[in-house]
Design a protein around this ligand. Structure first.
Ligand code: 5AD
Ligand code: SF4
Length: 511
């Protein structure tokens, strides 16, 4: 098949008509078609002096040297699931021939959006304004939007009306289709919008560009069935779907063979993993099987819903060395009355008793959480209940959020708390959380712990940054050669939320 476009009017139709029906072959085909198109564009630009990459001669020469046809910048907003999706998007773009680019001065800018709180949406609109100015200077740059925010029809309407400089829009269910959607944009010459209401198929086996060679996220399920009354996720990510265990294990085996030593199993509610599979399996059983994979040394998971956290999982966390001693367990509120209105299906007492059982099994576990203040109807008394849980549990860290109205969720129509009251409670909560976290996080000072070295230190020359099993960061003297290995580090000094340390010598190891 000749994928070259010489005649705009006929060739696009011809190329499209010859595309295979089946995935992932169809997307592979469009990757080739896009590559042919952008290669021709790039060569034409080089020949005419009108650079496809309009960001300087040096950049152009660099691309040419690397055999690349343009630059692509993928910006991730939101959670770990989005970060993983961005790796898939970047994988496709690199296969087409783009070079990853760190700034938005690129030929293709793609925002992978989040909509969990309104400020996430506002950030995207703000940056789209900035991109408008850039595109005026460089009219042939391409701008794409995808992810959760795009699943809301009000957002699409607004973008069509006020941000017509956007070139392509797709949602959460069809990110695998990037190459085809890009092809359509080129062929049609104007904005392409492709949003699916629900997931039709899960397409695997497309290229992925992992951010780190030694650690990786792994999706074990998609979507959420919980419908917490404040949350938009079930509406934009759809119903819960678990991947088959064999598929997950095979992916992790491949990652391990490729040098990955740490995996993070990802899902909105991993504790209900596997319940709806033809042959049901529990999350704890999946963890056990992952831990049998040779080469994998650390296993993490996100996110756990307290209502579904089983005794079996607590046992696996206790017994399995590879499962990291860290649990992110969103509390949301400490008031049983508010938890009921949130549709969380546990009480304050249930949560506290769960924490007690976890700590009895894994005494040194690091606990982190999410908390929302100012949920509709929250009184000072309710808020005091939240503070009470915080003081009792003493979290290693807590992500704190002001309640944000999400249209279409049940809580949006409930009576709201005044903004100044929410703000004032938020400040009090943050202060408390930070003070406790500062005290709690320093508890390992003077001990030796394994740290997976992730990068050179951003601020200190001659230092590297590592992550302890309990997710705390440590900075210590070291060089490039340590990246990707687990090093025994002596934790010299706690600086609030991170440590300064040094590679453990024999003496401190023996202590
Ligand atoms: N307002 C504020 N915070 C929210 N979260 C989810 N929805 C909202 C909302 N409408 C928070 C919850 C969740 C985290 C990912 O985001 O705490 O655990
Ligand atoms: Fe949202 Fe609740 Fe599902 Fe978490 S469990 S994604 S908060 S609905």
């Amino acid at each position: 098949m000749d994928l070259c476009v010489k005649n705009r009017d006929t060739d696009f139709d011809r190329i499209r008509a010859a595309a295979p029906e089946k995935e992932p072959a169809r997307q592979q085909y469009f990757i080739e078609a896009d590559r042919a198109y952008f290669t021709a564009e790039f060569e034409r630009a080089l020949a005419t002096g009108e650079a496809l990459s309009r960001y300087g001669k040096e950049c152009l020469e660099n691309l040419q040297k690397n055999g690349r046809i343009g630059t692509a910048n993928v910006v991730t907003f939101g959670c770990q699931m989005n970060a993983r999706d961005s790796e898939k998007l970047l994988g496709i773009l690199e296969e087409i021939g783009f070079q990853e680019w760190e700034s938005e001065e690129a030929d293709f800018v793609l925002y992978n959006t989040c909509t969990v709180r309104d400020n996430a949406n506002q950030k995207v609109y703000g940056r789209l304004g900035y991109l408008r100015t850039m595109k005026r200077k460089h009219p042939r740059m391409l701008i794409g939007l995808c992810g959760c925010m795009m699943q809301e029809s009000a957002v699409i309407e607004k973008i069509r009306k006020s941000y017509s400089h956007v070139d392509l829009i797709f949602g959460t269910h069809n990110i695998f289709k990037l190459a085809e959607i890009l092809f359509e944009r080129i062929a049609q010459g104007n904005m392409v919008v492709d949003i699916w209401e629900s997931a039709k198929e899960i397409v695997e086996d497309l290229p992925i560009e992992r951010k780190y060679p030694f650690k990786s996220g792994v999706n074990i399920m998609f979507g959420c069935n919980n419908f917490c009354s404040y949350c938009i996720v079930p509406y934009v990510r759809g119903r819960e779907r678990s991947r088959e265990p064999e598929e997950i294990l095979e992916e992790i085996r491949r990652l391990a063979a490729d040098g990955v030593i740490e995996v993070m199993l990802l899902g909105q509610n991993v504790n209900s993993y596997g319940k709806n599979l033809r042959e049901p399996i529990s999350f704890a059983a999946l963890l056990r099987r992952v831990s049998e994979i040779e080469g994998i040394r650390r296993i993490r998971f996100m996110t756990s819903h307290p209502k579904d956290l089983s005794e079996e999982l607590i046992e696996v966390m206790r017994d399995c060395d590879k499962v990291c001693a860290h649990l992110h367990l969103p509390l949301q509120s400490g008031s049983s009355r508010i938890l009921k209105k949130m549709n969380r299906k546990y009480t304050k007492e249930d949560y506290l008793s769960l924490v007690e059982r976890i700590r009895a099994a894994v005494p040194d576990i690091s606990l982190t959480t999410d908390i929302i203040v100012g949920f509709p109807g929250e009184t000072e008394e309710d808020f005091q209940e939240t503070l009470d849980v915080i003081r009792r549990v003493r979290f290693d860290s807590a992500f704190t959020f002001q309640y944000s109205i999400r249209q279409g969720t049940p809580a949006a129509t409930m009576e709201q708390v005044a903004e100044d009251v929410v703000k004032e409670r938020f400040d009090r909560l943050l202060k408390e959380v930070q003070q406790i976290a500062g005290e709690v996080c320093s508890r390992h000072t003077g001990t030796v712990q394994g740290a997976l070295v992730e990068s050179l230190d951003d601020h200190l020359d001659g230092y590297v940054t590592g992550r302890l099993e309990n997710n705390t960061i440590v900075h210590f003297p070291g060089d490039q050669t340590l990246i990707g290995s687990i090093v025994q580090v002596y934790l010299e000094e706690s600086r609030g939320f991170y440590y300064m340390g040094r590679v453990a010598d024999k003496e401190s190891l023996e202590k």
